[in-house]
Ligand binder design. Structure first.
Ligand code: AKG
Length: 210
């Protein structure tokens, strides 16, 4: 019950529009889940991970370098495929295990993998997409942890009727569940005024397809 109570109390405190309509049972935001000291320690660990690399994705018939660095980690030695690229699994580091436990406590869901994104500054970004690959199951649950510079997270409904914008702060968790990945797309737009880096960890459960 604690899981639901904490979700309601902290529900979407920085979403800038009152009308959350169909998002209201599918999107949750918690501020300051990690202390300033922990955020700095985790930021330093992830920003220097040797496995971070700039991937190449397939878009609009072209090979494009991702405008950020990425590293994929899974408790099983499996790969994650999206936008035509295949990311091989790295093992979980000790800080990843600590954060995973906290994310499970806060969100009430289990996860077996995490995609780490390093946005070197506001010119790095993540284009409009949904995390709806078959390996993520029917209604993917995605828990997104932020360390470092505050960045804007945008969501728009596939029907074009709704647009939302959330500021993701240092030490926060954003949870997307239900049909969010079927009904909405999300992105991290470029913000040239942001000069500092940001680390994002998106925890997911990857199912092995038969
Ligand atoms: O950086 C973020 O907050 C979003 C990351 C994301 O959308 C993804 O990894 O699929």
């Amino acid at each position: 019950m604690l899981h639901y109570a904490s979700k309601i109390v902290n529900f979407c405190c920085s979403i800038d529009e009152k009308d959350m309509t169909s998002l209201s049972n599918q999107l949750y935001y918690w501020d300051s889940i990690f202390s300033e000291e922990a955020c700095q320690r985790y930021f330093d660990h992830f920003a220097t991970l040797p496995s971070l690399q700039q991937g190449t994705i397939h878009m609009f018939g072209k090979q494009i370098q991702t405008p950020r660095l990425e590293s994929f980690h899974c408790i099983k030695p499996i790969s994650y495929r999206y936008s035509g690229q295949e990311l091989k699994a790295n093992p979980f580091t000790e800080p990843l295990n600590e954060i995973l436990q906290r994310v499970i406590e806060v969100t009430g869901y289990p996860y077996n993998s995490v995609l780490i994104n390093l946005y070197r500054n506001g010119m790095d970004s993540n284009g409009w997409h949904a995390d709806n690959e078959k390996e993520l199951g029917k209604n993917p649950v995605i828990a997104s942890v932020s360390f470092g510079a505050e960045r804007t997270f945008k969501l728009k409904s596939n029907t074009g009727d709704e647009k939302h914008s959330i500021l993701l702060s240092n030490g926060s968790i954003l949870l997307m569940e239900g049909k969010t990945q079927h009904e909405y797309k999300h992105c991290i737009p470029k913000e040239p005024k942001v000069l500092e880096p940001r680390i994002n960890l998106t925890f997911r459960t990857i199912f092995e397809l038969k």
